[in-house]
Design a protein around this ligand. Structure first.
Ligand code: DX5
Ligand code: ZN
Length: 216
């Protein structure tokens, strides 16, 4: 009930994307999480604007765009034009993070800052009030289907503590290696939104799996 779920399209069947999107539309998924990779920031390349644009036409669900790219500030206008709700940029990819966050908001999107597994939550102390959400990576970004990094549970709790102390309404989203077991521990530690790729799309009954994640 309280937990929000954002299935990652990376694990969908790209030859049958329409079928998978219809499944997501019928499901209780809150948002659709889109993983954009440039082969520079991460050692993989995924999909780009043509797919996002088509997807926007095929769903009413809010789009949560996770940019694993260098210089994400170059694409703020283009991402805004897709109709995306959340624009996630990596802390590690932005020298002038505060400016990027302001520009994302100016374009009508909700700014999210993503942290790689090695980046401590303490780097967000001064920017937390400007963010709608923080995305904690619980795997090293670049690929679906990786093993959950255990420290992410403690990290979620530390971020929750910072949010309560600063009295902001920032959401906590966690991404990578999430299933019912890791998801439950993250929710108990304070996570509001769970991203799940392979766990949803490799399950026999993806809609039911999304429902179960929402019940955590
Ligand atoms: C990893 C991506 C994730 C990924 C999650 O670089 O940011 O969103 O698709 O996939 P699973 O849930 O399979 O770990
Ligand atoms: Zn992601």
């Amino acid at each position: 009930m309280g937990t929000m779920v954002a299935p990652s399209l990376l694990a969908a069947n790209f030859l049958n994307l329409e079928r998978d999107i219809e499944m997501l539309n019928r499901s209780e998924a809150d948002w659709i999480h889109l993983d954009i990779m440039d082969g520079v920031f991460v050692p993989n390349i995924s999909f780009g604007f043509p797919v996002i644009d088509l997807l926007k036409k095929a769903t009413q669900k809010p789009l949560d765009v996770h940019l694993m790219i260098v210089q994400p500030e170059k694409f703020i206008n283009e991402i805004a034009a897709t109709g995306a709700t959340y624009m996630n940029v990596h802390y590690e990819a932005c020298i002038h993070l505060h400016r990027v966050v302001q520009e994302i908001r100016k374009k009508g999107m909700k700014p999210v800052v993503t942290l790689n597994p090695h980046t401590p939550v303490s780097v967000l102390e001064d920017i937390l009030p400007d963010l709608d959400m923080v995305l904690l990576m619980s795997v090293n970004p670049g690929f679906g289907g990786q093993q959950f990094i255990e420290h992410s549970v403690r990290k979620t709790a530390m971020l929750k503590e910072m949010i309560l102390r600063q009295q902001t309404s920032t959401l906590i989203e966690v991404d990578g290696g999430i299933n019912l077991e890791t998801g439950k521990r993250l929710v108990d530690a304070g996570a509001d939104v769970l991203v799940a790729g392979s766990f949803v799309f490799s399950s026999e009954h993806p809609e039911e799996t999304i429902h179960q994640l929402k019940m955590l």
